[in-house]
Design a protein around this ligand. Structure first.
Ligand SMILES: NC(=O)NCCC(=O)O
Ligand SMILES: [Zn+2]
Ligand SMILES: [Zn+2]
Length: 466
């Protein structure tokens, strides 16, 4: 039996904070006991970690990543190997990535393709959502099967006509299926048909710079789609999770629906909390680094997102990690913003940026853990195996130094991308040691993990329903 003890830290979960020692046996949390008590003192172990002055927190659960995702004629630049290694560096020990159904092909084929990319290559545990690009009778039947196999959530797109787009009828059918099989529909809520008209008109006026990406993808078109998705889900009797919420008007739609008692949930991402259209407007095409959809919004939308996180009208912060190098990838859209591959890197930065929000007094320590670990685990059927520190849980544990200062930079990050969206940002707090199922993946700022340690983790259905 292998045993590790983490001594003297402040254990922080979504519900509690206590100065406790943590005993790990064979990859699981075996016990917690108050530091200095005879019970904790009696524990012996092969390895002891001194966490005095540090936080001991559950490993982060990033419920929204896109490793090696095809987009706009290229691929997201992190593989499952590089992306999960970077995630571990940033204190995330589980990702839920999106397998993609190609139009005209079965869901199974897409899922198999994602397993082929990920299996045997990940440094941390992983699971899959399924992007449903083509709703038909076969797809709907396959959804039932996938839920029984642990793929319990399905992303649909109201944007990207001709690629991932589903019309309202297709969305309603998938929602009805999810209502019957316990699946959770995740929605990319933007009115893509209207946006495509505005894109065409902007380009015809010669408006080709990255900043126009933000102008045509209007907040009102996010809010309108969010409203429509909510009402379609209500008609279907299905829960709904809206991904990458960026507009205050969309938060208002979610808040209204939740006030009505609907099982409607919202996710935002660090880029919407910390970046803005000011970044999209950076000169010399540098704004392309910040092109993602939904787009970055004017800075005054951020207050509504932070408030949504405090009031639980938004429940989760994921990264939507979808990196494209500036050189050779983002550059595909020079002279036409609509050809810039959509997505930002961030899987390594999420826990630190949200800790900075704790330092700045925007959220509490426990809320940090709730939105970044516990609720994503519950939302996607991984709790209490993931997302908490409690007897029986996987020993996915981070020793976090809340006082260390760092400057985020592409020079020092581990993501396979040639820029950082947060270049030069100074944050307080840093991951020191990371365990994944009891294995040391990062040990005192040194990577000690390995590709293939991470295992595929089938999920149960959403555990967050009212
Ligand atoms: N968000 C983004 O711009 N790229 C990733 C794909 C998606 O989540 O829509
Ligand atoms: Zn999306
Ligand atoms: Zn995404």
């Amino acid at each position: 039996m292998s045993r590790t003890v983490i001594r003297g830290g402040l254990v922080v979960t979504a519900s509690d904070e206590m100065h406790a020692d943590v005993l790990i046996e064979d990859g699981r949390i075996a016990a917690l006991a108050a530091t200095g008590t005879p019970a904790a003192g009696a524990w012996t172990a092969e390895r002891t970690v001194d966490a005095t002055g540090k936080y001991v927190i559950p490993g982060g659960v990033d419920g929204h990543t896109h490793m090696e995702m095809p987009f706009g004629g290229t691929y997201a630049s992190d593989t499952f190997e590089t992306g999960t290694r970077a995630a571990a560096w940033g204190g995330t020990t589980t990702i839920v990535d999106f397998a993609v159904q190609s139009v005209g092909r079965p869901l199974r084929e897409g899922l198999d393709a994602w397993h082929a990319k990920a299996d045997g290559r990940c440094a941390i545990d992983y699971a899959f959502h399924m992007i449903v690009s083509d709703v038909n009778q076969e797809t709907l039947k396959e959804m039932d099967l996938l839920v029984t196999e642990g793929v319990t959530s399905f992303k649909q797109f109201m944007a990207y006509p001709g690629v991932f787009y589903s019309d309202d009828g297709q969305i309603l059918r998938a929602m009805q299926q999810a209502a019957g099989n316990g699946g959770l529909i995740m929605m990319h809520a933007e009115n893509g048909i209207a946006i495509d008209v505005l894109v065409e008109q902007a380009l015809a006026r010669g408006e080709t710079d990255p900043r126009y990406h933000g102008e045509v993808r209007k907040a009102l078109l996010e809010a309108e789609a969010t409203h429509r998705a909510i009402r379609l889900a209500q008609v279907a009797g299905a829960p709904l999770y809206v991904v990458h919420v960026s507009a205050r008007e969309a938060v208002a739609e979610l808040a209204r629906a939740r006030d009505e008692g609907l099982d409607v949930f919202g996710e935002t991402c660090p880029q919407y909390l910390f970046l803005s259209t000011d970044n999209l407007a950076e000169p010399d095409f540098e704004g392309a680094k910040y092109v993602c959809s939904t787009p970055l919004r004017p800075r005054d939308h951020q207050a509504a997102l932070w408030q949504g996180l405090r009031t639980n009208d938004l429940q989760v912060v994921s990264t939507d990690h979808c990196p494209f190098c500036f050189s050779g990838q983002k550059e595909l859209g020079r002279g036409d913003f609509s050809k810039i591959p959509n997505g930002l890197p961030g899987v390594e930065n999420r826990m630190d940026l949200l800790h900075q929000a704790v330092v700045d007094g925007r959220i509490s320590r426990r809320r940090w853990i709730e939105i970044a670990c516990a609720t994503p685990a519950r939302m996607f059927g991984l709790y209490p195996k993931k997302g908490t520190i409690a007897p029986g849980a996987d020993a996915d544990v981070v020793v976090y130094d809340p006082h260390a200062e760092q400057v985020i930079s592409a020079e020092t990050h581990h993501m396979n991308v040639d820029y950082s969206a947060y270049e030069g940002r100074r944050v307080t707090g840093r991951v020191e040691t990371v365990l994944s199922r009891g294995e040391f993946v990062v040990t005192g700022r040194e990577f000690t993990g390995r590709a293939g340690h991470g295992t595929y983790t089938p999920r149960s259905t959403c555990q967050y329903l009212s």
